[in-house]
Design a protein around this ligand. Sequence first.
Ligand SMILES: NC(=O)c1ccc[n+]([C@@H]2O[C@H](COP(=O)([O-])OP(=O)(O)OC[C@H]3O[C@@H](n4cnc5c(N)ncnc54)[C@H](OP(=O)(O)O)[C@@H]3O)[C@@H](O)[C@H]2O)c1
Length: 300
Amino acid sequence: MGAFDRKTTAEQVSEGADLAGKHAIVTGANTGIGLETSRVLALRGARVTMACRNLEKARAAREGLITRGAAPDALVLAELDLASLASVRRFADETLATERPIDLLVNNAGVMLPDRRETSDGFEAHLGVNHLGHFLLTNLLLDRVRASAPARVVVVASDAMHFAALGPELEDLNWEKRKFSGWRSYGSSKLMNLIFSDELTRRLEGQGVVAHALHPGIVQTELARDQPWWMLAVGVALRPLSKDCERGAATTMFAATAPELGAQGGGYFSDCAPARRPKLADDAETAARLWDRSRDLVGL
Ligand SMILES: NC(=O)c1ccc[n+]([C@@H]2O[C@H](COP(=O)([O-])OP(=O)(O)OC[C@H]3O[C@@H](n4cnc5c(N)ncnc54)[C@H](OP(=O)(O)O)[C@@H]3O)[C@@H](O)[C@H]2O)c1
């Protein structure tokens, strides 16, 4: 570790990685960080399932990657709407029916919303899409991931977790009793991403599967598309500090391919280096509680 920094690209960080014969699933693969992650995974030889909620957009994105040189066989499209538990179950059933291994699962998709919206199952959208959808997805695919060991789960979280409004009691996860804050709700879902990644690592100990979480940086993507004008103005002001997607996908590729991260999971990275974690992320009781609560909410 240590050879990379915020200017490192996803291609540079994965140079020398041979993913021939490996199968990776990337959620939210049609744009932003997920698209670049898919491109570079395919470049390194992986077969990539691009799991997207809008197949029309996904088709165009895949075509774009092929135009840029990706091998058509390397990129497979599949429908996955993380805002619907039924869609997650359908995607998992279809994936497991292929009997393909899952060497890498990249939980990348996410939303960042200014107001309280609900998924089709009645979950506040940050909770539902960013955390619960991925929680269910990962658990449904877990036996296959285990059977594919050595395997990795990579969770795209965010340093916005430092703004989380999440206590150890995990009260009001669905934002029904508090005044809603989009930023704090987004941050809470990203803290849940990290807690989930760590708890997954604990539960998989000794089984050849590791999970790592990461902050990609401030990346020029469509993430802020639902934000009001003044948030977009903040984005413009922060542009000099931001990364393009080539650099924005670097830490994902680092977590997915760095050889030294294959034996021990539970990392949280930013700019391809260990990053500061909120205290609550290290509370084992909270992690166990979140796991149980999430399992109940998704009906596992
Ligand atoms: N950009 C940043 O500065 C930044 C910073 C920290 C963390 N992150 C994290 O990075 C990850 C990728 O975001 P991005 O920045 O690349 O944003 P993006 O360009 O908006 O991409 C987000 C992806 O998630 C997909 N998605 C949204 N809701 C979904 C759902 N219900 N089911 C399935 N897919 C869904 C989107 O699909 P559609 O195109 O169909 O909506 C899109 O493919 C997110 O987890 C985000 O929280 C980003």
